[in-house]
Design a protein around this ligand. Structure first.
Ligand code: 13P
Length: 254
């Protein structure tokens, strides 16, 4: 089986002003130094990116964005293009987070357009998908995540898949303190990998990093990360506290 890159990423959501981000990065920098078994990314609000990048300069910490628009430019008030992000050195971008889907009307179609635009601009995408509570309870999680995988990646080439990370985020586990069990996370990440294999073949499916996200914290990270199909984490709340995030990075040094 291909050895997959473990990626521990923070999703700061609508938290941290530029000065707060700078203080956070300065605090976590020495903590994660030399911990090379995983890549470390923090996805920041647009206005906070530059300050975080400046503080992270010279380290392995990467600063990403939380969304990107699919058009190159034009009359799209409030949106930011991939070219704007790459020009300031942003490599990673989260696309399709459930909060974007729930509160801002994003669909698999707009998510797919954003994924393709980001990849065309040379970016690395963290594509979020996952089922809502009712879907899990009615036993259709596999169908839901397989469908999302197919729709969100429609038109993405096999070659581009080397720049795609998938974050499996069960919506019922986000910000709720409820975490998928390690078995549930492993099973569903495996189902996403099966869907990838159907589209791209086993080799690419086995090489794709699939993170788990949803109330991952310093207490449950080791168990989740020990599962064979879980290749890292996308962390919300615990990415705002240096000691907690550092403990998750430690759990990934296996
Ligand atoms: P929490 O870790 O706060 O549950 O958030 C997870 C998430 O949405 C990461 O993108």
């Amino acid at each position: 089986m291909a050895k997959r890159r473990i990626v521990i990423a923070g999703n700061w959501k609508m938290n941290f002003t530029p000065s707060e981000a700078e203080a956070f990065i300065n605090e976590i920098k020495p903590m994660v130094k030399g911990k090379r078994k995983c890549d470390i990314v923090f996805c920041a609000p647009y206005v906070t990116i530059a300050a975080a990048q400046k503080a992270a300069k010279g380290t392995r910490i990467k600063i990403g964005a939380e969304n990107v628009h699919y058009e190159e430019k034009g009359a799209f008030t409030g949106e930011v293009s991939a070219k704007m992000l790459t020009e300031i050195g942003v490599e990673y971008v989260i696309i399709g987070h459930s909060e974007r889907r729930q509160y801002f009307g994003e669909t698999d179609h707009t998510v797919n357009l954003r994924v393709k635009a980001a990849l065309a601009a040379g970016m690395k995408v963290i594509l979020c998908l996952g089922e809502v509570k009712e879907q899990r309870l009615s036993g259709i999680t596999k169908e839901v995540v397989s469908m999302q995988t197919k729709l969100d990646l429609e038109g993405v080439s096999a070659e581009e898949m080397s720049r795609v990370i998938i974050a499996y985020e069960p919506v019922w586990a986000i910000g709720t303190g409820l975490t998928a069990t390690p078995e549930q996370a492993d099973e569903t990440c495996g189902q996403i990998r099966e869907a990838l294999a159907e589209i791209y073949g086993k080799q690419i499916a086995n090489a794709t990093t699939i993170q788990y996200g949803g109330s991952m914290n310093e207490k449950n990270a080791a168990e989740l990360l020990a599962k064979p199909n879980v290749d890292g984490g996308l962390i919300g709340g615990a990415s705002l506290v240096a000691a907690k995030f550092n403990a998750i990075v430690d759990a990934a040094q296996i």
